[in-house]
Design a protein around this ligand. Structure first.
Ligand code: NAD
Ligand code: WQD
Length: 338
């Protein structure tokens, strides 16, 4: 099989490429514009897998260039990661988020229709649920996005539903990730955002590595056991494994299926700091500051549907997430050097 991976140079995309190349022997074609990544991830992928990864450096919204990619390769399935993903930035430049994430998606779908490619996995997000802190979040929880980024993901899911309604041979699986962290256990691949990280785990790693001074904990006055917000951190290798499985389940038949990707285990920010300190034998200086606007007190998945449907559950715990993220940080103190 040849799998087109949009955003394949990014954090999650690169780990999924590694699993595809390692497992099924699938060929991988990456489309990325490097707006939040670099060639370093692809170099690391080639070293890790000993396989070639074809790269097309282009913006998904460039239909002409994208058409060429579909003409050059016999693509069987698409995994669509390419998107902007910062909640905070999306509040500042909402139109750029809608343009990139929604126009990118429609450009891709139009191209798939033109070239007869009918299988797609989409990176959705727990952020579409909004603030539903009362308990584990199931797929049937009503969506309530609270920022442009989350809205862009919900709109994409709606576009996918309309696409499946119109084309009865389209098979789509939308995976709603909770908080992916960690790295490839070899330390070869990891999270290497451009600029100062906005997500908590890469920020903690850079503090532990001495690149940033201290973590700011955004609020310790939430109605949670220790007052800091609780999240469902999931190892990026579990996320990658689920994508490989999803590729097989696409063959089950047409229509849109939506599944959570989480562990069902809640970890607070202060627990995460302690887990990094204990597992990696490092010190993570931190200070508690005001809450971050728009943050939920708690966001934990009900992961039972994917278990019921596919008999699959995550297998890596928070210690593995910390250990693997730290190995990547140690081996790449400045991320992928461009
Ligand atoms: P990332 O920023 O590391 O990767 C995204 C990649 O897409 C980058 O390499 C970027 O250069 C590329 N890209 C963005 N817009 C593009 C465009 N228009 N054309 C071509 N390439 C483009 O992000 P990630 O953490 O790997 O996330 C991957 C996907 O998963 C995103 O869709 C994100 O919304 C979703 N997601 C991420 C998380 C998370 O916490 N990391 C959680 C839920 C959902
Ligand atoms: C985690 C916790 C912060 C940074 C977002 C999206 C979600 C998914 C993951 C894309 C929160 C706290 C953070 C820091 C901190 N992405 N924090 N200091 O906001 O849970 O989720 O990214 O779809 O959909 O909504 O992730 O890593 O930013 O924050 O205290 O410097 O860490 O308050 O409680 P978040 P995050």
């Amino acid at each position: 099989m040849t799998v087109l991976v949009t955003g394949g140079a990014g954090f999650i995309g690169s780990h999924v490429c590694a699993e595809l190349l390692a497992n099924g022997g699938d060929d991988v074609v990456v489309v990325d514009n490097f707006s939040n990544s670099s060639q370093g991830a692809l170099r690391a992928l080639r070293v890790l897998t000993g396989r070639d990864v074809v790269l097309h450096q282009l913006d998904l919204r460039d239909n002409t260039e994208l058409d060429r990619v579909f003409e050059q390769h016999e693509i069987d399935s698409v995994i669509h990661f390419a998107a902007k993903k910062s909640v905070r930035e999306s509040l500042q430049i909402p139109l750029d988020y809608f343009d990139n994430n929604i126009a990118g998606m429609t450009s891709l779908l139009l191209c798939m229709v033109r070239h007869g490619v009918r299988r797609l996995i989409f990176s959705s997000s727990c952020s579409i649920y909004g603030d539903q802190s009362q308990g584990p979040i199931g797929e049937d929880s009503p969506p309530c996005p609270t920022n442009p980024y989350a809205r862009s993901k919900l709109i994409c899911e709606q576009i996918l539903a309309d696409t499946c309604a119109r084309y009865d041979d389209f098979a789509v699986i939308s995976l709603r990730y909770f908080n992916p962290v960690g790295a490839h256990p070899s330390g070869t691949l990891g999270e290497s955002p451009l600029g100062i990280p906005s997500n908590v785990m890469p920020y903690i790693m850079q503090v532990a590595g001495g690149r940033l001074e201290r973590l700011q904990v955004f609020g310790a006055d939430y109605p949670t056991p220790d007052g800091s917000p609780v999240r469902d951190y999931i190892h990026v290798m579990d996320v990658a494994e689920a994508h490989c499985l999803a590729l097989h389940y696409l063959a089950d038949g047409p229509g849109l299926r939506v599944l959570n990707l989480g562990t069902g285990v809640g970890v607070s920010v202060l627990e995460l700091v302690r887990a990094v300190e204990d597992t990696c034998n490092v010190v993570v200086p931190y200070e508690v500051v005001a809450r971050r606007e728009g943050d939920a007190a708690s966001a934990v998945a009900d992961p039972s549907l994917i278990d019921k449907e596919w008999g699959w559950r995550t297998s890596r715990d928070i210690r593995a997430m910390c250990k693997d993220a730290w190995l990547f940080q140690q081996l790449h103190p400045r991320g992928y050097v461009v």
